[in-house]
Design a binder for this molecule. Structure first.
Ligand code: NAD
Ligand code: UDP
Length: 314
């Protein structure tokens, strides 16, 4: 099949392009390099089944494709808050453009939505039926509300135009190829620990997240696209929940570092707890469940950052 991956030069997108090529597909990777980079796809450029298009999804584009993975959108709070108006335009206009394309060429389309649609959740763990607790006017709204509108568009194009849509809500994912300046907690902590710098915890360190290794998420994305039934949004993530303080200690230990943890001001509207209920994913994705626990996943990620930072191997 000919598969379009928007945001294909980013962290998840580049892993997905690689996997789709391995599966024998023709891959068109589209990206504007806002938070992604050429280095992520450099190794794919020589593959005759791989094509790169530099394009901004806010502008329409016409391509002949069978499948669309719609990932284009900055995912780190640091990046999506840098130009919030652009972030929401990317989610809203980008999703409209991709849905318009899907409708025109009759392609199946998958949106990578996010656990952020649950906001600061009052239900724990979060199931797909929970409607969320999102501040509509806060500093995270450009991302949270952008994705909520994107989900709404996916459902309306399905109901109104019969477009074959899929939505996954991805929970915090980490792994090799996150940018060292990505700004999300796993890369920040691994890089700081390796450099011997302070690890900064925003708030008291008791907030939780549930961290999934990239390979587990890519497997779920592929399965979700391949399953033929139209179902509503599906959570994908690793339900093992950790406090941010626990993550900091683990990063310091695994990096063999003498870095210290310092406490900084909490971030506005920062969700206090987050953990996916993945029962629906297990059921509809052929028994899928995460295979890689935090410890081995962090070891691989730290090994990757060692290489990027040109530090000796352990
Ligand atoms: P990322 O920032 O590494 O990748 C996003 C990619 O989209 C980048 O390559 C960027 O250049 C590109 N992009 C941004 N705006 C664009 C535009 N207007 N036009 C074209 N390309 C554009 O982030 P990621 O972690 O790889 O996230 C990929 C997708 O998965 C995003 O949609 C994100 O919301 C979603 N997601 C990720 C996570 C996670 O933990 N990684 C969690 C939930 C949802
Ligand atoms: N965080 C932190 N130090 C950092 C980066 C993040 O303490 O250097 C905290 C952040 O406040 C949040 C959690 O780690 O409570 C996860 O943040 P991240 O930006 O990775 O993702 P998100 O908030 O979108 O889940």
């Amino acid at each position: 099949m000919r598969v379009l991956v928007t945001g294909g030069a980013g962290f998840l997108g580049s892993h997905l392009c690689e996997r789709l090529l391995k599966d024998g597909h023709e891959v068109i990777c589209l990206d504007n390099f806002f938070s992604g980079k050429r280095a992520n796809i450099m190794h794919l450029l020589g593959n005759r089944n791989f094509e790169f298009i530099r394009h901004d999804v806010v502008e329409p584009i016409l391509l002949e494709v069978d499948r669309i993975f719609s990932l284009a959108c900055p995912a780190s709070p640091v990046h999506y808050q840098y130009n919030p108006v652009k972030t929401i335009k990317t989610s809203v206009m980008g999703t409209i453009n991709m849905l318009g394309l899907a409708k025109r060429v009759r392609a199946r389309i998958l949106l990578t939505s996010t656990s952020e649609v649950y906001g600061d959740p009052e239900e724990h763990p979060q199931t797909e039926s929970y409607w969320g607790n999102v501040n509509p006017i806060g500093v995270r709204s450009c991302y949270d509300e952008g994705k909520r509108v994107a989900e709404c568009l996916m459902m309306d194009y399905h109901r109104q135009n019969n477009v074959d849509t899929r939505i996954v809500r991805i929970f915090n994912t980490y792994g090799p190829r996150m940018a060292i300046n990505d700004g999300r907690v796993v890369s920040n902590f691994c890089v700081a620990a390796l450099r011997g710098e302070d690890l900064e915890i925003y708030g008291n360190g008791n907030s939780t997240r549930s961290f999934a290794y990239v390979d587990d998420i890519i497997e779920a994305l592929v399965r979700m696209m391949n399953q033929d039934e139209h179902i509503g949004p599906v959570n994908i993530g690793n339900p093992d929940e950790f406090t941010i303080a626990e993550l900091a200690s683990l990063a310091i230990e695994l990096a063999g570092s003498s870095s210290k943890v310092v406490i900084k001001n909490p971030r506005a509207d920062d969700p206090v707890r987050r953990k996916p209920n993945i029962e629906l994913a297990k059921k509809v994705l052929g028994g899928w469940q995460p295979q890689i626990a935090l410890l081995p996943g962090l070891q691989k990620t730290i090994a990757h950052f060692r290489e990027v930072l040109d530090l000796p191997k352990k």
